[in-house]
Design a binder for this molecule. Structure first.
Ligand code: HEC
Length: 214
């Protein structure tokens, strides 16, 4: 084969690969509606939450925190709720996994803040995990709530009396919103409650049967 014909082949080959690449990485996602349909409980950010998102971006929280729970047991368990937490907050003992992140949760994120590094834990499901007081204490002095933490103290988001500034309040409002585009905490606890009620009535039935038979 002559060199020239090989060059044509090469150019043709490159063109085919570019076309395939464009099709699968751009055309397919653009036509897949599930990728940009909001989840059932998705709500746009309020003005305060948006302000908080700006502070989050400006302060570089995303250098150390991602916002994406991947579909791996290690992650859904880690960012879910443990027995101690569900018992303390809902009076039910259960291990509840966090739902993996879905595309529809991010429709109002412009830009999204998925992040790439996990120096600290993922924050995609942090909304509702702690109360506001914990969040403010942690932001002002991470060591006070998490001994040994290497997260910086964001003292400049507090006034000289240690009270949160408007920016700190907005930032925490934003954090509390993260991950709530799927209402998983209450819903899953409710499911566990129903399941436990069912099994306990079944147990009572079999206990009654046992007594009758003896
Ligand atoms: C230098 C890296 C770093 C930066 C920057 C950083 N963090 Fe952290 N963050 C951490 C580490 C490490 C932890 C885990 C220990 C702890 O709880 O403090 C953490 C924990 C957290 C937690 C608790 C998460 C959980 O599930 O327990 C929240 C909320 C949080 N950070 C918010 C923020 C916010 C908001 C900012 C920006 C204002 C920020 N972080 C900036 C490293 C960082």
């Amino acid at each position: 084969m002559k060199f020239e014909s090989k060059a044509v082949l090469l150019v043709l080959g490159v063109a085919v690969f570019m076309a395939l690449g464009t099709y699968f990485t751009m055309v397919v996602p653009l036509t897949d509606e599930s990728l940009f349909t909001p989840t059932k409980d998705a709500k746009p950010y309020t003005a305060v939450e948006l302000k908080g998102k700006e502070v989050y971006q400006r302060e570089g929280c995303w250098y150390c925190h991602t916002q994406q729970v991947r579909n791996l047991l290690e992650e859904t368990q880690r960012y879910g709720m443990g027995e101690e937490e569900t018992f303390k907050r809902f009076g039910v003992r259960a291990l509840i996994q966090a739902p993996p992140s879905q595309p529809g949760e991010y429709v109002y994120d412009k830009p999204h803040l998925l992040g790439t590094r996990r120096v600290g834990p993922d924050l995609a499901r942090v909304g509702g995990k702690y109360d506001n007081t914990w969040q403010f204490n942690h932001l002002r002095d991470p060591r006070s709530t998490s001994p040994g933490s290497i997260m910086p103290s964001y003292t400049w988001l507090f006034d000289k009396n240690g009270l949160p500034t408007e920016e700190a309040i907005a930032l925490i409002a934003y954090l509390q919103k993260l991950g709530t585009n799927i209402k998983w905490r209450e819903e899953r606890v409710e499911q566990v409650r129903r399941l436990q009620a069912k099994t306990s009535t079944q147990e009572n039935h079999s206990l009654a049967e046992l007594k009758e038979n003896n």
